[in-house]
Design a protein. Structure first.
Length: 294
């Protein structure tokens, strides 16, 4: 509550007591104005004239509820925030149709729960484009007679399609959901987008062997590396005997997989962003924690 005067007298402010009473002592005679404010209520003003020797009693005060709400803030829990960010992420598509779900353009995105990691893997493996790409791969294999133990014709194509899709599913779920859940690692690539070209190249390559943990710290990407080895070992269960990989070849393919991941990361860092739709607008304005330089 504020009392102000038309003359040069200083304004005075007081708070009401628990019972709503208030008083301004030692006020000089003359006109005055009372301004009453309270959070959530409309401001009320009243005026009067104080005569010499008078003790003025203000009329009863009744404040109306404020009609204007200037700010509404909703605070999400970390799990709710991660789900909201994940749903936005699942809308990202290169050229408007190729899924680009495993890239986060929000550098400090909330860590995913195990359920959300499996949700991301499922969304990726059942996307229509995934089925189409798998079909194209199987067709090329059939045309070049790769995995000749499967034979030709519709039966041979079906076996190649099943094997190619099984490779994708096992690699995605083991390296992108099961191991990340057990080891508390994030399976996503976090777009950098700032800094020198050299720093971005190093960042993209380094992310083929390191990843961000659920605790926000960078660490060796055991999920991806071990996941690639595990998926290669499982493939020996359904590929023709003549095409099954030995232990040495499995490790060689795992190293090739790391190189392929580095190449894809470079494309993500320098090319894919330009052609990806539904990228969060605030992504470039959020600071990030980069992995250490060599």
């Amino acid at each position: 509550m504020r009392l102000s005067r038309d003359d040069q007298s200083p304004n005075q402010e007081v708070l009401t007591s628990d019972d709503g009473q208030y008083s301004f002592p030692n006020i000089a005679p003359g006109p005055f104005q009372l301004t009453i404010t309270s959070e959530g209520f409309a401001t009320l003003t009243s005026s009067g004239i104080l005569h010499s020797g008078e003790s003025y009693a203000a009329p009863q005060i009744a404040l109306a509820l404020a009609t204007n709400v200037t700010e509404v803030r909703v605070v999400l829990s970390p799990i709710e925030l991660a789900q909201e960010q994940l749903e936005d992420q699942e809308k990202q598509r290169v050229l408007g149709f190729i899924p680009n779900f495993y890239v986060s353009y929000v550098s400090n995105a909330a860590p995913l729960t195990s359920k959300q990691k499996f949700q991301l893997a499922w969304k990726s493996t059942v996307d229509p484009v995934t089925f189409g790409v798998t079909g194209a791969v199987a067709g090329i294999q059939q045309a070049t007679n790769e995995f000749d133990g499967y034979g030709q014709g519709a039966q041979g194509y079906g076996k190649r399609y099943g094997a190619a899709y099984a490779d994708l599913v096992t690699g995605t779920f083991i390296g992108g959901a099961i191991l990340p859940s057990l080891l508390k690692q994030d399976p996503r690539y976090f777009y950098k987008g700032t800094g020198t070209t050299r720093s971005r190249i190093w960042y993209a390559i380094a992310n083929s062997v390191i990843c961000k943990g659920d605790n926000g710290h960078w660490q060796p990407n055991y999920s991806s590396i071990v996941g690639g080895l595990a998926a290669g070992g499982i493939s020996n269960l359904y590929y023709p005997a003549s095409d099954r990989e030995g232990l040495e070849l499995t490790f060689e393919n795992a190293l090739i997989g790391i190189g392929e991941t580095a190449a894809v990361n470079l494309l993500q860092e320098f090319v894919m962003r330009k052609f990806t739709s539904n990228v969060p607008h605030l992504a470039s304005n959020i600071p990030r924690q980069d992995p250490p330089n060599p």
